[in-house]
Write a protein that binds this ligand. Sequence first.
Ligand SMILES: C[S@@+](CC[C@H](N)C(=O)[O-])C[C@H]1O[C@@H](n2cnc3c(N)ncnc32)[C@H](O)[C@@H]1O
Length: 216
Amino acid sequence: MGSVESARAEARGSCVNLRAGFRPRRGYHVGMQARVSGAIARVERFMATVDDAMAVPREAGAFMHALILATGAKNAVEIGTSYGYSGLWIASALAENGGRLVTIDHTERKAVAARGAFESAGLADIIETRVGEALDVLPTLEAGIDFVLNDADKPNCRRYVELLAGRMNRRGVILTDNTITHAEQLAGFVEWVRRLEGFFSTRVPVGNGMEMTVKV
Ligand SMILES: C[S@@+](CC[C@H](N)C(=O)[O-])C[C@H]1O[C@@H](n2cnc3c(N)ncnc32)[C@H](O)[C@@H]1O
């Protein structure tokens, strides 16, 4: 089994364990609202029918969900909405914290599909789906950001972090995806971000590989 395949197989297992670890409470379905887990499953089924989803694996979605719950993050930004898969994992944790998500994609067709998924999960009220170039949208965002998923075009990863660094709260986290699957392409970014002043950055070998950059 290849590394991505085995990571995905492991993801399925770890997610089951993670969910089993939750103590369900009233209105919750193994730790997550049934409406949200239903929407996640529907997007997974839909993504199996298209070849342009490029979503994070389930284990990475579950990891982000747990991280947001653990840190109490409230204001989140996602660069690269696609069909809303990662957005569902992120926003459903933000909902627990009383938070909000701004998600950005330049492909209108995907944004429309993602909005549908957010609606069906009951999360539309806390998610703003912006259609546009990330380089245009990011400078318009207010400061006070606690969590970022950096998951759009890889050549701009550094520029996106540069645009957001000053808008991050202390202890805020930026996750940059694909450090395993796009290791060569992201090598320069990783080298740069590990030396970024005022931040601590480290590799998290979850899903497709994530660089976790924390504002100190
Ligand atoms: C890897 S996919 C995102 C997957 C998503 N985060 C998930 O896990 O479900 C990358 C997305 O970024 C979008 N994208 C690429 N370059 C972009 C740019 N310059 N500005 C805005 N969106 C961009 C693409 O349309 C694509 O949907």
